[in-house]
Design a protein around this ligand. Structure first.
Ligand code: NDP
Ligand code: MG
Length: 369
């Protein structure tokens, strides 16, 4: 029996993980979880699914409960539980601190929180090696590439092709983007996700983050990573091999597949979700219009420049998305805010996680909304 901890229990990733673990109840048990503010909701999920430990990462109050042990310190909980695998389904850059804690305490980090990879960069992977912690990607594109590299052999893979649905405004005219509301932007055509990543999918900042994520996870340079529009989200990504062939990974657009691949440590005793149905399945691919969605080109630039740039991209975007959700800026201003931040000088050398947190604080001081 694999013992698992789910960080970000109440989120889209957390809830899908609970659904997935239910269908593998003879193989995996959730021994602990974390929540930030939605404590009541987390408690009822814990009760319903026999999750005996819950860490509350904010100061939110918690009603009396005798069935669940409440923790207020993630490291203490993880050290005590000694789980086989910890899923990081926390949203945003706060997820980096949780990833660091998981690497210090646990053998496997199932990583959905892409911000950890974008900001942590190569430091994250050297830290994982130092602490003997294996990182398994959960982001669907990266899970697909991870699988394809495993099956093809790293030495035979010449480049990576990341698919992008193009988001809800793929076919909108530039002038229509101007007045998009947060409610429109969070409605994704193929995936059901939390608000931040849904807005990032609409601006394509999510694809930008994923380009940076792929660079650090698989160690391919910018010119060996492509982005291709694929609106159906069935092909999760592809690799080109040295022979000139292309291999793709397909499954229905349900995060249960990549989440359970990581939580079950690649071993599936049965299918994780519905089988792919080829009735009326028309798959299409087209080039990304980077003039209309410049966020992806900005990310390639960050991959080339490295250093503090990926952290700046992520942090400025997080600030801008938050301002958009609060109605302070327009949809089209999200990218301008990030571009202005990237245009400042970021020559700092990153040699510790504290350096990253300092860059974050500096971006927060300097970003102009
Ligand atoms: P959600 O917004 O749905 O959920 C976020 C979770 O993180 C909640 O449980 C929330 O707790 C918790 N949380 C929020 N802020 C903090 C904090 N400061 N400290 C600790 N916990 C916090 O997000 P998603 O599930 O959509 O995404 C989670 C991560 O996975 C993101 O990094 C995203 O990019 C990545 N991802 C998501 C995919 C998806 O399909 N959703 C696909 C691929 C990657 P509370 O409810 O109490 O606020
Ligand atoms: Mg993804």
């Amino acid at each position: 029996m694999t013992e698992a901890v789910i960080l970000g229990l109440t989120g889209s990733i957390g809830q899908t993980a609970v659904r997935g673990c239910k269908s593998f109840k003879d193989n995996i048990h959730i021994c602990g979880a974390s929540v930030h503010s939605r404590v009541e909701q987390a408690l009822s999920v814990c009760l319903e699914n026999n999750i005996p430990n819950l860490c509350i990462t904010s100061d939110a109050p918690c009603p009396e409960t005798d069935k669940i042990r409440i923790w207020r310190n993630l490291k203490e909980m993880l050290l005590s539980l000694k789980a086989d695998v910890v899923l990081n389904g926390i949203s945003g850059s706060e997820g980096l601190k949780a990833s660091v804690t998981v690497m210090e305490t646990s053998p496997v980090l199932a990583l959905a929180n892409k911000e950890s990879v974008v900001m942590g960069g190569s430091l994250l992977f050297s830290y994982a090696r130092e602490h003997n912690c294996k990182i398994i990607p959960v982001d669907s594109e990266h899970s697909a590439i991870d699988e394809l590299i495993l099956t093809q052999g790293r030495e035979n893979v010449s480049s990576l092709v990341i698919t992008a649905s193009g988001g809800p405004f793929r076919n909108s005219k530039p002038e229509e983007l101007e007045n998009i509301t947060a409610a429109q932007a969070v409605k994704h055509p193929t995936w059901n996700m939390g608000p931040k990543i849904s807005i990032d999918s609409a601006t394509l900042a999510n694809k930008g983050l994923e380009v940076i994520e792929a660079h650090y996870l698989f160690n391919f340079p910018a010119d060996k990573i492509e982005v291709v529009i694929h609106p159906q989200s069935v092909v999760h990504s592809m690799v080109r091999t040295t022979s000139g062939q292309v291999y793709a990974q397909m499954s229905p657009p349900d995060m249960v597949f990549p989440i359970m691949r990581a939580l079950l440590l690649y071993k599936f005793p049965h299918e994780a979700g519905k089988a792919l149905d080829f009735t009326n399945l028309n798959l299409s691919f087209s080039a990304l219009d980077s003039e209309r969605f410049p966020f992806v080109s900005d990310a390639f630039e960050c991959v080339r420049l490295e250093g503090a740039y990926p952290t700046v991209y992520n942090t400025a975007n997080e600030i801008a998305v938050d301002a958009f959700i609060r109605g302070k800026i327009k949809f089209t201003q999200i990218r301008s805010v990030v571009r202005k931040a990237l245009d400042l000088s970021w020559s700092e050398k990153i040699s510790s996680f504290d350096d990253i947190y300092e860059i974050q604080a500096k971006v927060k001081r300097q970003v102009v909304l």
